[in-house]
Ligand binder design. Structure first.
Ligand code: NAD
Length: 355
């Protein structure tokens, strides 16, 4: 029995996560696997119900599961709460920390039929297949924060902190992943300005000695942002610190046509967390128009990585490809001549291909 904690969260999380759960159930039926799904509150929904965005029961459930499927958290309603109670800071960050999830893996693949759904020229993105590894539990998002009143207003401080150990473990992981791909690793930093980046670069260079088969290059983050849109196919595995990774992966998402297509896995501890890379999209929540495919592909990633079910994962990915090949699109990837469907219908189309 594989135990999956299901955390829909807020906004479109409540619409897309059930689609992915149905997909896993269909796989269970087809292959006679047993999964146990236990749902819990997180984010604004949890705050409204319990007064905290990450209730103890939710954390315990996650720790006691084999894998976690998360939708997204956040929304305007909770933006004015004290910072430690806001869904992103009060739920996501401690959840990652508590589960020891120090690396977020974001495969960026362009489905051939979606090459011209990107805002970039099809030849720039067609067949793109890269992997961004983002450090997840250190850096600016976790450093000490301060807001002091001064005569002219406020003095506000965020602190960017990394230890050698935090840097080494994520860079090592990226080298390992690169070893099993095209053996090319780009380490992204801002070593011309930041002390943390200078150490990051030193460590990447030092660790490269342990991986002679992998070609390492360094790139400044500003140049990397430009290279992502100029010629993304020059990259295979990219590793970077938390905030740079946050920004670069949204940029990378757009290469694929829509943020609604990108899955992710956060790893480092016993339990791996899977989630689409997008947020709760309050602007489209409750309208049955969100693209559920990033979450469905996150479920495929879960089967492959957490449960060693490569064939089953492939069945889901092929089902998604077939549905797209037949011309079905959610609004975010809609193109002329295609058939627009909503969240639920997209889910049903994928299910039909699986069963
Ligand atoms: P967002 O990713 O929610 O939305 C950005 C844009 O992409 C919006 O126009 C949205 O409609 C669109 N979009 C996102 N997912 C989509 C999907 N599946 N299908 C179709 N379109 C989709 O980012 P945002 O607007 O910056 O943030 C909204 C809220 O989500 C905020 O509260 C933010 O803090 C939170 N957030 C949460 C997470 C998370 O839970 N991991 C990540 C990012 C943002």
């Amino acid at each position: 029995m594989h135990k999956i904690a299901v955390l829909p969260g807020d906004g479109i999380g409540k619409e897309i996560v059930p689609v992915a759960v149905e997909v896993i159930k269909a796989i269970a039926k087809k292959y006679s696997h047993e999964f146990e799904f236990k749902e819990a509150l997180i984010g604004g929904a949890a705050y409204d119900e319990t007064g905290h965005p990450l209730p103890d029961e939710t954390l315990e459930l996650c720790k006691d599961s084999d894998a976690v499927l998360l939708g997204a958290v956040g929304g305007e309603k909770w933006d004015s709460l004290p910072v430690h109670l806001r869904p992103e800071v009060g739920a996501l960050l401690p959840l990652r920390k508590e589960l020891g999830l120090y690396a977020n893996l974001r495969p960026v693949r362009v489905f051939p039929v979606l090459a011209d759904a990107s805002t970039l020229k099809p030849e720039v993105v067609a067949d793109l297949d890269m992997l961004v590894v983002r450090e997840l539990t250190g850096g600016l998002y976790f450093g000490e924060k301060k807001k002091e009143e001064i005569e002219s207003g406020y003095r506000v401080i965020d602190t960017l902190v990394y230890t050698t150990q935090e840097i080494d473990r994520v860079i090592r992981l990226a080298f390992e992943l690169a070893k099993n791909r095209k053996k090319k690793l780009t380490s992204v930093d801002k070593a011309n300005v930041l002390e943390t980046s200078r150490h990051w670069r030193e460590r990447a260079t030092a660790l490269a000695d342990e991986y002679p088969e992998v070609e390492l290059n360094h790139m400044y983050v500003d140049n990397c942002a430009m290279q992502f849109v100029r010629w993304p196919k020059q990259f295979d595995v990219v590793v970077t610190e938390n905030m740079f990774g946050d920004i670069l992966t949204d940029l990378a998402a757009q290469l694929t046509g829509s943020i609604g297509m990108l899955p992710s896995a956060s790893i480092g501890g016993k339990v791996i967390l899977y989630e689409p890379i997008h947020g709760s999209a309050p602007d489209i929540a409750g309208k049955d128009i969100a693209n559920p495919l990033a979450t469905v592909l996150s479920a495929a990633l879960m089967l492959r990585v957490s449960f060693n079910m490569g064939e089953e994962a492939q069945v889901i990915e092929s089902a998604v490809t077939e549905v797209l090949n037949e011309g079905y699109r959610t609004a975010d990837i809609m193109q002329d001549g295609m058939k627009q469907v909503g969240t639920k219908e997209m889910g049903e189309l994928v299910l039909k291909k699986i069963l």
